[in-house]
Every structure is written in C-alpha cells, then in structure tokens.
Design a protein around this ligand. Sequence first.
Ligand code: HEC
Ligand code: HEC
Length: 264
Amino acid sequence: MWGTNLRIVLVVLGTLALYTLIANKIPQVQSEVPQTLTLGPNVTTEQLVAAGEKVYNGAGGCTTCHGLGTRAPNLLTDEKGQGPIGARCGRREPGKTCKQYLFESLDNPTAYVVAGYQPIMPVMTRQLPPEQIWAVIAFLESQGGTEDVTGADIPASAPPSPPGGGGTGAGGVAGGSTDPMTLFRAAGCVGCHKIGAEGGNVGPDLSHVGARRSAESIRTKILDPASSTARGFERFAGIMPKTFGTTLTAAQFEALVRFLAAHK
Ligand code: HEC
Ligand code: HEC
C-alpha cells in the first residue's frame, strides 16, 4: 500500500520536474524573438518597409541563408548581374508581378527554384504571421523596386500577432494538434527531413534518429539547432530554423520529441 502510494508520488514528482524543465527551456528561445509588430489596416507602406527590415534581419531568420553569397541568392545586393531582389522580382515568372512572385517565394518556395540553388528554403508562411510576411515583401520590393504593398494586402481576418513573438503563437501549429506526424508536416520538418518514404533530403533522414540520439538530445537539437551538428551534414549547419520553440506548444513539442526518439 505505502509502496504503491510512494511510487505514484514519485511518478507525479518526476513528471512535474520534467515539465518544469521543458517550460524553463522554451522561454529562453522565445526571448530571442524580437518585439511583436502591430500593423493595422491603416499601416503606411513606409511603416511596412521598416517593419519588414526588422523581420528580415531578426525573427524571419532570412540572413541564415541570404547574404552569405553561397547558400542562397543575394537579395539586398546584386545577384549575378540581375540587380537586387526588387529589381528582378517582376521578371522571374511570366505573368507574375513582383508582389505575386515574392509572396510565392515565401508561401510555396519550391514553385520556382532559382537556377543554381538547392530547394532548401523553408515555407515562411508557416513560421511568420501574415503581417510579417507582407512587411518583409514590402522591404524586399524597396531593394531596387517599387513598393506597392499596403494594409489591404494583409488578410482582414488575420489576428494581430500574440504578445511576445511571431510564429503561430501560443496555440501552436495545426490547430494545436498533438498528432506527431501532423506536426512533422505542419511545422515544416517534412520539407527538409524524411520519415519513412515521406520528406525532403536537405537534412538527415530521421527514420532511425532514435538510435543515434536520446530524447534529451533531440529536444535540445530542436530548441537550439546550433547546439550540435549531425555528422555528414556540416555543410548544412545553420539551416535548420531556430523558431520551433515558439511555433510549437510545450505539449506539441514533447509529442514530437517522443515520436522521434521512438524511431530507432
Ligand atoms: C534555409 C535557407 C533559407 C532561409 C532561412 C531563407 N531562404 Fe530564401 N531562398 C533560399 C534559397 C536556397 C533560395 C533559392 C532557391 C529557391 O528559389 O528556392 C531562396 C530564394 C528566395 C527568394 C527568391 C530569390 C530570387 O532571386 O528570385 C526570395 C524572395 C527569398 N528567398 C526570400 C526569403 C526571405 C524573405 C526569407 C526570410 C523570411 C528567406 N528567404 C529565408 C534559402 C533560404
Ligand atoms: C530548412 C530545413 C530544415 C527544417 C525545416 C528542419 N530541419 Fe532539422 N535539420 C536540418 C539540417 C540541414 C540538419 C543537419 C545539420 C544540423 O545538424 O544542423 C538538421 C538536423 C536535425 C536533427 C539531428 C539529426 C541527426 O541525425 O542527428 C534533428 C533531430 C532534426 N533536425 C529535427 C527536426 C525537426 C523535428 C524539425 C521540425 C520541427 C526540423 N528538424 C526542421 C534542416 C531542417
């Protein structure tokens, strides 16, 4: 009797300790996210450009790949004689305006892959709320082109960003689902990683990641991708987004970690 009670108490304490640990880890990542933008329908184009510059250099994570001159096309400076992005965006796809092309680049990056590059760009509309997407488009247009984004482009139904950060906020992705494969797809892991037959080849195949890494190691890797680099993928270090600590809820995050750790 006492033995059973004691065991229950220990399990409860252990679970509490685990969740406290996780809860303490996630805000550390969140605190790196710059301040929320509140851009209403009356926002001016100048305000959008200024906000977009902050997203580009901060929460958007664009500079992880762009601006190094190797991994991704230059956007703010000339790219192979075609000018900065604002000057070339209207000529990329026949029939698409600059604004339409830039939105597509962020919403469906593999629809048009710039020649000479790998299709590694993450789907940004999964990671950033609409007002930040449109702000960054205005900023890119301002690089050698014509800024024609207005408050009217931001979907009216878009709720303002939750306090404290970008991403999909406290509710998590996929309507808060904790089904791990749904999360694997909705969070965008599938764009870069395979599980079984499904997924991309930018990062390591995760079908047997549980044999290489403990749950703790997987947890740390997702919250802080710079903490370690998968062997054989040193060339791609820095590509994995750092935003999952804020886009996933704690419950979603744990479901995903357990699911991956069980893939031995
Ligand atoms: C993981 C690396 C990576 C990140 C992060 C990334 N991109 Fe990209 N991006 C690429 C690569 C590679 C290409 C070229 C291949 C392609 O077209 O998909 C590209 C292409 C583009 C293009 C089209 C460029 C052209 O010359 O037509 C735009 C616009 C763009 N990215 C904007 C952004 C913005 C804005 C962000 C941040 C919100 C961002 N990217 C984040 C890798 C990345
Ligand atoms: C834009 C591409 C990209 C996305 C999106 C991405 N990753 Fe990664 N990931 C990588 C790359 C590249 C590596 C290998 C380099 C490194 O270790 O940083 C990696 C490494 C990993 C590793 C270590 C694998 C090993 O064999 O040691 C894990 C675990 C992982 N990612 C999980 C995830 C999960 C879970 C998600 C979604 C929540 C995700 N990644 C989203 C690109 C990505």
